[in-house]
Design a protein around this ligand. Sequence first.
Ligand code: C5P
Length: 215
Amino acid sequence: MSLRGLRILITSGPTREPLDPVRFLSNGSTGAMGFALARTALRRGAKVTLVSGPVCARPPKGAVVVPVTTALEMRRETLKRLGKCDLLIAAAAVSDWRVAAPAKKKLPKSAFGASLRLIPNPDIVADAARRRRRGRPRIAGFALETHDWLGRAREKLGRKGLDWIVANRVSSMGGPGTRFALLDRAGGRRVFPTMSKTRAAEKILAAIGDQCATN
Ligand code: C5P
């Protein structure tokens, strides 16, 4: 399956929300899934832009990489590029909360309790879905769940206004393999066995890339 000419924007990795200049809130995302999707898409001829939170792994050669740190930066860099892509894949593990007022200087231990007022971050993929025109770009999100994984992913697909959602078991985080299902807005569902993230990226792009190219 060729993705030649398709412009794909991928959010990937975690975000970091500073508490002070040396500490932050984050999560265990390694960006492996986002990078696997980028690598596969590039191999199939797509043009790929990666808006990537801080990770250790090297991004695939050939992708345009936009490094970001916080959810607000990821949102700005993603929404800015929405009009120039055919498909947005939101694989990032965005921090749900940020510290209301990060300290300018390193906080003493004793000051922590008082300074940790958290406020919610905006939902990047839901904002992207609201802003698109005539259903373009097509949008795929991810959901990582500990329980009722298909039900909760279906609810997120509808609430965020996505075309597809990849439901993941929480065991997928940080590891080499993933067990996942692909749900679409028409009610369709395909459940896949455990496989490597590279293989999963091929399956996901084969299923959704085709529809972006032909519709
Ligand atoms: O709500 P939840 O975090 O489980 O949703 C996961 C999906 O939403 C992923 O595609 C993730 O990239 C996206 N997301 C986002 N902005 C947020 C939170 C999640 O784009 N603030």
